[in-house]
Design a protein around this ligand. Structure first.
Ligand SMILES: Cc1ncc(C[n+]2csc(CCOP(=O)(O)OP(=O)(O)O)c2C)c(N)n1
Ligand SMILES: [Mg+2]
Length: 385
């Protein structure tokens, strides 16, 4: 059977001209309240993240970070989706969502610290200042399970508030007022975890939005190897509302993200967004993409840079050079601050690794902590042989 895929949803063309696809019209109302001032802040987020990201790559090359995971090229979908979230929503990232972290309130320095081994667990997810932005997850797909579990909890809480205690599968319609968004990649879509998370999401109609940033590569494996069909059709197969968007168009990401999140919060069940984008840089600083990618492919995507695209749109609205220059200069200062701060940031004490294992004191943990203290002090001068 021949299935014809609809055109990916987009509002802006590669130059940033307003040129909505036919598939975009049903989402256009989501953009009506947006003004130039807000779009300028999105632009600032994108440029600041790219400057930070580039600085971290340099820091790694200079031996100051153990590893870095670049997000260059993927700022378009990230900025639109990040701004589509409401403060009460929760976000479960993979490891490349630096811009989403910024918008949710996690500082760049906290993101960078993980890659210098200065923290045993990233930022404090219980601190509301961190915007319900959960920890980076390097075990591919594990975060999809955490997200669906969390969304099930949001659903149960709402049911309890409404006086219901049953948890029947397949019952849409519970207003939760909050949603969960989970990010993962095209390669991760093949993990069992990611597929199981969708089964539970569909069965229980969780208030959740799955976001697959299809950046065309899973390290050296092209997306064609992961799936014979476009990835959004996998979401459809599980019974999720699923669409494909132009992932370098911030407006498309915002419009679809906002609609899907609202539907999730108001009892409409889970959705699935496949954002077509591209990883311009290496997979991580431990990777050399020139060994498996063609220069032409890279060049074609460089011409579709999401930052240049939003710049084009802002210029068409009347934003002038002085704004863009100020944003770039401020981003450079911010990136330089991260460099200065990370080089002098204190190391955590070794026993801080025990601090958050349990909420309350625990004899096994106390025993291990005491052992570590004895072991460490055995290196002190004058310690017994
Ligand atoms: C369970 C598991 N298997 C394998 C790896 C090694 N690994 C790390 S990233 C990666 C590719 C992921 O590709 P994708 O999901 O497309 O995300 P991207 O890195 O492109 O954003 C692999 C195989 C891992 N971290 N976890
Ligand atoms: Mg990928």
């Amino acid at each position: 059977m021949q299935i014809v895929d609809p055109e990916p949803i987009r509002f802006l063309d590669d130059e940033g001209n307003l040129a909505p696809s036919a598939t975009a019209s049903e989402y256009a109302a989501e953009l009506e309240h947006l003004g130039e001032a807000e779009l300028r802040e999105w632009y600032r987020d994108m440029v600041a993240t790219r400057a930070f990201d580039t600085e971290c790559t340099h820091l790694q090359r200079q031996g100051q970070l153990a590893l870095w995971v670049p997000s260059v090229g993927q700022e378009g979908c990230q900025v639109g989706l990040a701004h589509a979230l409401e403060p009460q929503d929760h976000v479960f990232p993979a490891y490349r969502e630096h811009l989403v972290a910024r918008v949710r309130g996690v500082s760049f320095i906290d993101v960078a610290k993980q890659f210098r081994g200065l923290t045993h667990g990233g930022w404090d997810v219980t601190d509301p200042a961190n915007g319900n932005f959960h920890l980076y997850t390097l075990v591919l797909g594990a975060q999809t399970q955490h997200a669906t579990g969390h969304a099930l909890g949001q659903l149960l809480d709402a049911k309890r508030r409404a006086g219901t205690t049953t948890m029947d599968a397949g019952e849409p319609g519970t207003e939760t007022g909050e949603a969960t968004m989970v990010f993962y990649g095209d390669g991760t879509s093949s993990q069992g975890d990611a597929n199981e998370a969708m089964v539970f999401a569909a069965s229980y109609q969780t208030p959740e939005v799955f976001v697959v940033q299809n950046n065309r590569w899973a390290i050296s494996v092209p997306v064609e190897r992961q799936s014979r069909t476009p990835l959004y059709r996998r979401g459809l197969g599980f019974g999720l509302r699923s669409v494909q968007i132009d992932g370098n168009d911030p407006l498309a990401a915002y419009a679809v993200g906002r609609r899907f999140l609202r539907e999730a919060r108001t009892g409409g069940g889970p959705g699935y967004i496949e954002a077509l984008t591209y990883r311009i840089g290496a997979h991580t600083t431990a990777d050399d993409p020139t060994r498996y990618r063609e220069d032409d492919e890279l060049a074609a995507w460089q011409r579709r840079d999401p930052i240049a695209r939003l710049e084009g749109y802002l210029r068409s609205l009347g934003t002038t050079d002085d704004f863009f220059e100020e944003v770039r200069a401020t981003a450079d200062v911010e990136a330089k601050q991260v460099r200065d701060q990370i080089l002098t940031a204190p190391k955590p004490t070794a026993d801080s690794m025990f601090a958050h294992v349990y909420a309350e004191p625990h004899p096994r943990i106390e025993e291990q902590s005491a052992w570590l203290e004895r072991y460490e002090s055995s290196f002190e001068e004058g310690a017994a042989e």
